[in-house]
Design a protein around this ligand. Structure first.
Ligand code: IPE
Ligand code: IPE
Ligand code: MG
Length: 251
């Protein structure tokens, strides 16, 4: 088996890494069930993968890492699981912010932050403020995030501007709509990784992923560490992104 070191060297030498990676961190529950553990044990172990993947993305000079942490639809899970996840979120953010800051990581959040319990929300806000000036990796957590809700909220904001006469209908284009999304100012993801083996998008970044390369692995999120990330990057580097054109035009 190629060593992790070798993989990393090959990837760095080849260059052309994604500027923005988005990850659907799925499979925590199944990871736990396989070990006869409660689901929350999978979420807890998943945090170690977040730490690892964040560190490596920083080292590889990736600019944005968007992690699907909790979806709008995840609120419909059993109350006990939702509160365990919110608890974990709160303790993790408090414990990790200093470390993120030390590593020059900038923390941002997309989604309906107002839905998050006050204490966890406060931790996020403080984390964002503390790291706002950092110039390294942007770690962007999608929290209480739903892409359809995001698009509706953008449409509402634009309609409001039109109603007030501050925007004309003809001026609405892709850039104008993008500017009202939670991801305003961020480039679209180049690479989407989904762990846990499901072939679906689950209401994640629908607009932003128009031309994103998709990589799906059966590996459960708590098992997704350096080697798995490097494998995904290495496959990404072999893809030809044609954006609707033909191969010859890209030469
Ligand atoms: C992803 O893992 C984490 C969240 C959605 C919060 P799951 O909890 O969905 O794990 P599986 O898919 O049931 O294995
Ligand atoms: C997607 O995983 C959401 C997150 C990883 C936060 P889900 O487990 O909620 O997705 P579905 O229900 O299998 O589509
Ligand atoms: Mg799941």
């Amino acid at each position: 088996m190629t060593s992790v070191e070798q993989l990393r060297q090959d990837i760095t030498a080849r260059g052309d890494l994604p500027e923005h990676i988005a990850i659907v961190m799925d499979g925590n529950g199944r990871w736990a069930r396989k070990r006869m553990l409660p689901r929350v044990a999978g979420h807890r172990e998943g945090i170690n993968s977040v730490r690892k993947v964040t560190r490596i993305c920083g080292e590889l000079d990736i600019k944005h890492l968007t992690l699907y942490t909790f979806s709008t639809e995840n609120w419909n899970r059993p109350r006990k699981e939702v509160s365990a996840i919110m608890q974990l979120l709160m303790t993790t953010i408090r414990a990790e912010v200093d470390n993120l800051h030390k590593n020059n990581v900038r923390l941002t959040v997309i989604g309906q932050l107002e839905d998050i319990p006050a204490e966890a929300r406060q931790g996020m806000i403080e984390g964002m403020e503390k790291t706002a000036g950092n110039s390294g990796l942007n770690l962007n957590l999608a929290l209480s995030y739903g892409s359809r809700q995001e698009i509706i909220s953008a449409v509402r904001k634009l309609s409001g501007l039109v109603a007030k006469g501050e925007l004309s209908v003809e001026d609405i284009d892709e850039d104008v709509l993008s500017s009202q999304l939670y991801t305003a100012g961020m480039p679209d993801p180049d690479l989407l990784i989904r762990t846990g083996g499901e072939y679906r998008i689950s209401n994640f970044l629908l607009w932003q992923m128009a031309y994103t390369e998709v990589y799906i692995t059966p590996v459960f999120w708590p098992d997704f560490r350096e080697r798995e990330l490097l494998k995904a990057l290495s496959e990404y580097q072999l893809r030809e992104r044609r954006f609707g054109m033909v191969s010859e035009q890209l030469k």
